[in-house]
Design a protein around this ligand. Sequence first.
Ligand SMILES: [Zn+2]
Length: 173
Amino acid sequence: MKYNSGKFSDLAELQLGKDLWKFLNEKENIIRMELATEFNKTAAESVSKPLLDKFGSDVEVNRVKQMIGHMIRQIMENKGYEMGSQNIKVTIKRLFSKASKYKDGTTKTTKIGYINRNDQENMGNRGVEGNDHCQKAYKLKCRKCGTEYGANGADIFQRKCPDCQNGQSGIPY
Ligand SMILES: [Zn+2]
C-alpha cells in the first residue's frame, strides 16, 4: 500500500521517510502493533524499540515522530482497526510520550478475521456508519469470489455474499 503523506510530503520523499514506511509495513511490526492493540496499549509504543534500533536518533526528531504516528494510523486503518483514543500517555517512554490506541470489534463476530458459516470474512470496521439503528458498518470479504462489501455489525454472523450467494446488497464504502 502507498503512504498518503499529506502534510508530511516533504519528509516522506526523503530516503528516511521511504524506509520508515517500508519498515512499519513489515509483517513483524504489524504483528507488534496488532498485539499491542489486543492488550489495550498504543500501537506506537510497540514499535518504539525496533524503530530506535534500526534508525537511531533520526526518529527522535519531533516531526519525524509525528509522521510515524500518521503512518501507523494509515496502516492500522487499512487493516480494519478503528481509531480508539488519541493522546494517551505511554507507560514506557522510549520514543513516544503520547500515542494513539486502536480498537478491534468487541464481540466474536465483529473481530477482524472472523469468518461466518457462509465463508464471509470480517475485514474490520472502516469508520463507516451502518444503515440500521446504532449500527457500524464492517467490511466483509467473500472468500469464494473475492467481493468486498459493507454490512451492519449485527448481520455479520449470517451474511451472504451479494454477488455469489444472493445476499442483500452491501452498504457502500
Ligand atoms: Zn461471493
